[in-house]
Design a protein around this ligand. Structure first.
Ligand code: SF4
Length: 679
């Protein structure tokens, strides 16, 4: 791409992505919850969109040409609660095998569960799969186009000629889907945009959206509207922006198609769940999403409980009234379609600077029975794991004289042991307690201020030059307390409390929209189970951080201290704001996978998990792998049965390495590029 074209594309992209460029917004009001109204698309007997519950789905990982194994896996998925089963169909033969799988499922009494054929590159396979599957998923980036990474100036005429070529190949499928009453998902992936789109729109959310709309326009031209859209990416920020931009564009075009939400290549374990919750959860909070898939590098039946947990808070969630504040359009950034961190004040809290361009700080809650020694050991162990994470702030509850004395003694012990920690006293009690806490803390939060006494409290903080953490139940009250504190020139951090993470997110946005520039602490409330805690904290904290809101985070979990700290860092890494360990991108695997992804990922994690800041992708095949490993530093990709290809960035640097030697070759490659450190 020439530099001129590059800048032209960037300019076009920015022009279209800024709020004034879009005549309609993606939701009427970002400060209140309301599910987006969509048409219902029937996938067999399962309705997607409208008032239907958000549907849960997953994808088989077995070889489609082994119908028996794929049938057995499908049954396990269905028994776990999967409402739509997706199966890959790379060839016409695979598509026919889905017919056999369908027969087996009908015999086993699962005929009502719709099957979805996953197509890349092969219109003939799509046509064949439509015979047996209730839905066909196509990838607009590769349904017709083959990627050559060609740099080309497209004139409008050349571009239009390409669209005509797409129509020639896509229209017959549309006719067949229409005749057989099948649904179609137009599923864009960030990593597999066509050369045409890349040259015109760049590697952007806008390119993802336009890629899908090209196909939607052709379908509508042929009077076919059984469409569902997806905009997946492995980076939650890109994925969130693309879905929002798609909805804004659909609103402009009068389209009301349902959405399938997902984060690709999320990985496995807690990190995979966190990434998925950040992307999927925050869009559900926006009222978007009609069916979801959590892509984990685990057996597909394990994805369903995660899906179920993610949609749980939205099952009966009533729409909220639009907030009058929404009309002020005072959110900190120009739009919700690209990332920009909210501008905030920065100042010292003990040994740590908070706000501004500083790292998003981790506030760590000290459980009541913990001694100074235990706290320090757990913290240092975590620091070691996170390879020297920066200093943080520890929060102590001060409710009476006893807890105040405990805070004081731990504070004294730790003062001599480390200078890496600052101390926050969260006081629930009379002003006398808050004033005593101010004698020893770096920052005080008086959680229950009394109107008349608040002025006296502020006066003391000012005299002692202590920062004030303002906390309230809603943005309105927080704003008033914050204004009083700032008026006295006190360094102020502002936060919200509430026991329902799923309702507090919009309130934080409102807090950010009110205009004062105090740093914001996101406090994630306590959940009943660890699984809920992981998903809700990731949605609230990760969702807000991806909106650019948040200078510090705290998880109020019922977890051991070290585990809480680990979760907090994992969420920060998932949101892409603090990197404390190796980042792995691994595909969920499917019928195309050329090696055992789960065990291979585990093995590679063991050998390279200490390389802080290095991003490694482990992908099952070269069909989609290289395109979808996003911005990984190194790629380990199935090139052929028993052979691995290694990548540096997007370049394949070694081909056909025997599987048994591939792990060593990867380590050597990392060393060669100067990114290796001994464990
Ligand atoms: S990268 Fe290849 S193997 Fe992995 S899920 Fe995608 S298509 Fe399947």
């Amino acid at each position: 791409m020439t530099r001129r074209r590059e800048w032209y594309n960037r300019f076009r992209m920015l022009e279209t992505m800024t709020a004034p460029g879009l005549r309609k917004r993606y939701v009427p009001d970002v400060f209140s919850y309301r599910r987006r109204k969509t048409r219902v698309v029937m996938v067999g007997k399962v309705g997607v969109g409208g008032d239907n519950p958000v549907r849960l789905q997953s994808m088989t990982t077995t070889d489609t040409l082994d119908p028996e194994a794929t049938f057995r896996q499908s049954v396990r998925m269905i028994e776990a609660g999967c409402e739509l089963v997706r199966i890959t169909a790379p060839t016409v033969e695979d598509a026919r095998a889905i017919g056999k799988i369908k027969e087996m499922l009908v015999k086993a009494g699962h005929g009502d569960v719709p099957l979805v054929a996953d197509i890349h590159f092969n219109p003939a396979a799509a046509a064949e799969a439509a015979e047996f599957c209730e839905k066909v998923r196509i990838n607009p980036g590769n349904f017709v186009d083959t990627k050559r990474f060609a740099v080309k100036e497209y004139t409008d005429a050349a571009y239009a000629a390409e669209i005509e070529r797409i129509e020639e190949r896509f229209a017959p499928l549309v006719a067949k889907l229409k005749r057989l009453k099948r649904a179609c998902r137009i599923g864009t992936n960030h990593g597999s945009l066509s050369d045409r789109i890349m040259n015109r729109y760049g590697d952007s959310a806008l390119g993802m959206v336009e890629s899908a709309l090209e196909f939607a326009r052709i379908a509508e031209k042929h009077d076919y509207r059984e469409l569902i859209f997806s905009m997946k990416a492995s980076n939650p920020k890109v994925m969130i922006a693309a879905y929002r931009l798609l909805v804004a564009r659909m609103n402009e075009l009068g389209m009301d198609y349902p959405l399938h939400l997902g984060v690709t290549e999320a990985g496995d374990g807690e990190d995979g769940r966190i990434k998925s919750a950040i992307g999927i959860g925050s869009l559900l909070e926006d009222g978007l999403g009609d069916t979801i898939r959590v892509s984990l590098t685990e057996d597909p039946e394990f994805e369903i409980p995660v899906c179920r947990e993610l949609v749980k808070p939205f099952a009966d969630r009533a729409p909220q009234e639009a907030r009058p504040e929404a009309h002020k359009e005072k959110f900190h950034c120009a739009d919700f379609y690209s990332y920009a961190r909210r501008k905030s004040d920065h100042f010292d809290v003990g040994p740590i600077m908070v706000g501004g361009h500083q790292l998003v700080r981790a506030f760590l809650r000290a459980p009541a029975p913990m001694t100074a020694g235990e706290l320090l050991t757990a913290y240092e162990a975590q620091l070691k794991k996170a390879q020297g994470a920066d200093p943080e702030i520890v929060e102590f509850d001060v409710k009476d004289e006893r807890s105040l004395a405990r805070f004081k003694s731990i504070r004294e012990e730790l003062r001599s042991a480390t200078s890496r920690l600052a101390f926050l006293a969260r006081v629930e009690g009379p002003i006398s307690l808050a004033l005593k806490a101010a004698e020893i803390a770096h920052v005080v939060c008086w959680a229950t201020p009394i109107e008349g006494d608040y002025a006296a409290y502020l006066k003391t903080l000012k005299e002692k030059n202590i920062a004030n953490l303002v906390e309230a139940e809603n943005a309105e009250t927080a704003k008033k307390l914050e204004a009083a504190s700032r008026y006295k020139n006190i360094h102020t951090i502002v936060s919200l409390r509430g026991d329902d993470a799923s309702k507090v997110l919009q309130e934080y946005r409102l807090l950010a929209a009110y205009g004062a520039s105090s740093p914001i602490l996101i406090r994630s409330p306590r959940e009943k189970t660890t699984d809920e805690q992981i998903l809700r904290s990731a949605t609230l904290i990760g969702g807000l951080l991806c909106d650019g809101v948040g200078d510090a985070v705290l998880i109020d979990a019922e977890l051991p201290f070290a585990r809480n700290v680990e979760l907090l860092y994992n969420v920060l890494q998932g949101a892409g704001v603090r990197i404390t360990k190796t980042e792995f991108v691994s595909c969920p695997s499917c019928g195309r996978t050329l090696f055992d992804l789960q065990t291979t990922t585990e093995r590679i994690k063991k050998r390279t998990g200490h390389l802080k800041g290095v991003k490694i992708a482990i992908m099952g095949c070269i069909v989609n792998g290289p395109g979808e490993m996003a911005d990984a530093d190194f790629g380990y990709v199935g090139g052929a049965p028993d052979a691995i290809n290694l990548y540096v960035g997007k370049d394949c640097v070694q081909k056909g390495i025997p599987f048994a030697k591939a792990d060593d070759a990867l380590v050597e490659l990392i060393k060669k590029h100067g990114k290796w450190v001994d464990p």
